[in-house]
Design a protein around this ligand. Structure first.
Ligand code: PHE
Length: 341
C-alpha cells in the first residue's frame, strides 16, 4: 500500500509539473484530491490492516494528500501570475503619458469673412437674404436690364444648362427675386456662390462668392452720397478705421450711373506697394444707382423708387484681408493653408 501511495504521489507531482492551464490543474485536482481520487480508493483497503499499519498508512496518505494539494495550489497561482503578467505587458497603462489631443476644426476663412461682412451690414440695419444658385435667364439677365443679344451679356462668361437656366453669374439676380416679393423701403445684402465659364488662374475661379447689396426707398430718399458712406463704413469695419474709399465711373447695365469702388490699400495705407500694384488703391467691386429698367421689370412704377446697389467678390476681400496671393487655395482643401486662419 505504501508503494502504491508513493507511486500515486510521484505520478501526481509529475503531471502537476507538466500542467499548463487552469483547466488542466482542475482536472488533476479531481483526479488526485477529489472524493473519487485514486488515493481515496487506496484508503478503502485501510480497514483490512492492523491498527499500527493503519496509523502509519493513514499518516502517509494524509501527508501525501497535503503535498499534492499544495502543489496544485502553487501551480494554479503560477498560471494566474503568468496570465496577469501577460496582460500587464499587453495593456500597460502609463498614467503619466500625455493625453491624445483632439483635433479641433474651425470655420473656413471664407466663412469667417462672410460672417464678418454680415455682422457689419446687420449693424447698419441690413437684412441678410438668400436665393437660388441655378437661375432662369430672366432673373439673371433680362430683369437686370440685359435682354437677349445685349452686348453686356458678354461681360460675364456664362455656363448654360440644357433647360436654358444658368448657374447664376452674379448675386444681382437676388435683387430681382427680392423685389418681386417685397415693397420698398428695404436694405438687403445677399451672399453666395456664383459661376463663370472662365479659365482659372491666381485671381480667377469659375466658382466663387459674391455679396450683393441693395437699398431701395421712395424717389429722392437714396443718393450716391448715402451709398458712398455705407460702402465706406463697411470697408472701415473690415480693413480698419483709416480705410478710405473712392468711386470711379463705370458701366453695369443694371445701374445708372454706375461706379467701381476702390479701397485704400490696407498694407501700405495708400503709399503704394506690391499688393496694390503701386497705386495705393485696390479695386473691390461695382456699384451704382439702380437702373429704372430693373424696377419696371419687377413691376414697380417708373420713377416711384430710387435705389442703390453694389456687389463685390468675397474671395477678393479675403485675399486682401489675409494677404493671400492665389484664389485657388480657398477650395484646394489643403490643411496647411486652412490651419493658418
Ligand atoms: N453684378 C456685378 C458683377 O458681378 C457687380 C455689381 C453689383 C455692380 C451691383 C453694380 C451693382 O460684376
Amino acid at each position: 500500500m505504501k508503494n502504491k501511495i508513493n507511486e500515486i504521489k510521484k505520478r501526481a507531482l509529475e503531471e502537476i509539473g507538466k500542467a499548463k492551464t487552469f483547466e488542466a490543474v482542475e482536472a488533476l485536482r479531481v483526479k488526485y484530491s477529489g472524493r473519487k481520487s485514486e488515493l481515496t480508493n487506496v484508503l478503502r483497503g485501510l480497514k483490512d490492516l492492523s491498527p499500527k499499519e493503519r496509523k502509519e498508512i493513514g499518516e502517509l496518505s494524509n501527508h501525501t494528500k497535503q503535498i499534492i494539494e499544495s502543489e496544485l495550489d502553487k501551480k494554479e497561482l503560477k498560471i494566474k501570475n503568468e496570465e496577469l503578467s501577460h496582460i500587464d505587458k499587453k495593456e500597460k497603462i502609463d498614467v503619466t503619458y500625455p493625453g491624445k489631443k483632439t483635433a479641433k476644426g474651425h470655420l473656413h476663412p471664407l466663412t469667417q469673412v462672410r460672417y464678418a461682412i454680415e455682422a457689419i451690414f446687420k449693424s447698419m440695419g441690413f437684412l441678410v437674404v438668400e436665393d437660388r444658385e441655378v437661375e432662369d435667364e430672366f432673373h439673371n439677365f433680362d430683369a437686370m436690364n440685359m435682354p437677349r443679344n445685349h452686348p453686356a451679356r458678354d461681360m460675364q462668361d456664362t455656363f448654360w444648362l440644357k433647360n436654358g437656366c444658368v448657374p447664376r453669374t452674379h448675386t444681382s439676380s437676388v435683387q430681382a427675386r427680392f423685389m418681386e416679393k417685397n415693397k420698398p423701403p428695404f436694405r438687403i445684402i445677399s451672399l453666395g456662390r456664383v459661376y463663370r465659364n472662365e479659365n482659372t488662374d491666381a485671381t480667377h475661379e469659375s466658382n466663387f462668392h459674391q455679396t450683393e447689396g441693395l437699398i431701395v426707398d421712395k424717389s429722392g430718399k437714396v443718393t450716391v452720397a448715402n451709398a458712398k458712406s455705407i460702402i465706406s463704413e463697411f470697408m472701415k469695419g473690415l480693413f480698419g478705421e483709416s480705410t478710405k474709399i473712392r468711386l470711379r465711373p463705370s458701366y453695369f447695365p443694371f445701374v445708372e450711373p454706375g461706379f467701381e469702388f476702390d479701397a485704400s490699400c490696407p498694407y501700405c495705407k495708400g503709399e503704394g506697394c506690391r499688393i496694390c500694384k503701386k497705386t495705393g488703391w485696390i479695386e473691390l467691386g461695382g456699384a451704382g444707382m439702380v437702373n429704372q429698367n430693373v424696377f419696371t421689370s419687377v413691376g414697380f412704377n417708373e420713377d416711384k423708387y430710387e435705389g442703390f446697389a453694389f456687389g463685390f467678390g468675397i474671395e477678393r476681400l479675403a485675399m486682401i484681408k489675409y494677404g493671400i496671393d492665389d484664389i485657388r487655395l480657398f477650395h484646394a482643401g489643403d490643411l496647411r493653408f486652412l490651419q493658418q486662419f
